[in-house]
Ligand binder design. Structure first.
Ligand code: NAP
Length: 280
């Protein structure tokens, strides 16, 4: 069923920069139609300075939304009521208004966990993980991995101080920060997760030379697009099972949908919309 727009339609907005690559409008508008809710999902590119007033104005008008790169940490400071995952990660990707207050959640945590379990066929309990990146998304991934009982996470980011700050906030005895690539080069990892923005642009270098990671058990790239990412292709060519961020997009979007609309998300319809879009 196609949504019909009217004066009562609730606006759900994705705020970030860039947003043009995002397939959230595809899955969320399909979800609105499948669940029969009166909403429309749009993507708005904005600056960091514009983010707080946009979030407040959209929520004030009865709307809600998502926040994407590079503003998830800033969004956590804007919301007035923070979910436990926002408090723990200092990152927020979902906002809405309730009782006159701007509320925020980090649905990347549950979304990543569900997508990873679907990919691996089990939770990553006991695994050794290399996590690339220390931005808003990496914070959610780190919390999810620790919640799932991994043995160790090696955190590697271009800006080491940012990785240290994330480790101090979320980590603990299970997290180690790599200062240089040499620290990770010869490691044995059951799982490598790319939570940098590299491979968003096809001209980007790989976030990690897979040929130097002899013992990677599996690769999960948070980045997704209409086609497989270069990192996923490179991992598979190297014989490593790999998946991109498509399923995480669906799963984090499903949790966000439940926050906004107070009903179960039509996950199958969301996944089908993503697959149809990718088939072109
Ligand atoms: P962010 O907060 O802006 O963080 C960007 C990360 O990428 C930082 O770790 C940054 O390192 C790193 N980076 C940027 N340019 C780099 C370069 N040239 N070389 C090496 N590292 C570089 O963004 P985010 O919100 O964490 O999102 C990261 C990616 O995950 C995005 O592509 C986003 O679309 C994707 N994501 C996907 C899903 C999903 O559902 N599939 C969910 C969340 C995020 P520095 O700290 O050194 O700048």
């Amino acid at each position: 069923m196609k949504p019909s727009l009217s004066s009562t339609t609730r606006v759900v907005a994705l705020l970030g920069d860039p947003v043009s690559h995002s397939l959230s409008p595809v899955i969320q508008n399909a979800a609105c139609a499948a669940a029969g809710v009166d909403g429309v999902y749009v993507a708005l590119r904005c600056t960091s300075e514009q983010l707080p007033s946009l979030m407040q104005a959209i929520a004030h008008a009865g709307g809600c939304g998502n926040v994407t790169l590079p503003y998830k940490e800033r969004a956590a400071a804007v919301v007035q009521v923070r979910s436990e995952t926002v408090q723990k990660t200092g990152a927020c990707n979902t906002f809405w208004s309730d009782g006159g207050k701007l509320r925020g959640d980090n649905t990347d945590v549950e979304g990543f966990s569900r997508a990873l379990e679907r990919f691996l066929g089990r939770r990553p309990k006991g695994q050794r993980v290399l996590l690339l990146g220390a931005g808003g998304a990496a914070r959610g991934v780190l919390l999810a991995l620790l919640n799932d009982g991994v043995r160790e996470v090696m955190l590697y980011n271009r800006t080491v101080d940012r990785a240290r700050a994330v480790s101090r906030r979320i980590g603990g005895r299970h997290v180690r920060v790599a200062s240089t690539f040499n620290d990770v080069r010869d490691g044995r990892f059951d799982l490598v997760v790319n939570a940098t923005r590299l491979s968003l642009d096809p001209a980007d270098p790989l976030p990690l030379e897979l040929s130097r990671l002899e013992h990677a058990g599996a690769v999960m790239d948070l980045v997704y697009g209409r086609e497989e990412t270069r990192f996923v292709r490179a991992a598979r060519e190297f014989g490593v099972p790999a998946t991109d961020g498509g399923e995480m997009l669906v799963q984090q979007g499903a949790v966000a949908f439940e926050r906004w609309w107070g009903c179960d998300a039509p996950v199958d319809a969301m996944r089908a919309a993503l697959e149809a879009e990718r088939r072109g």
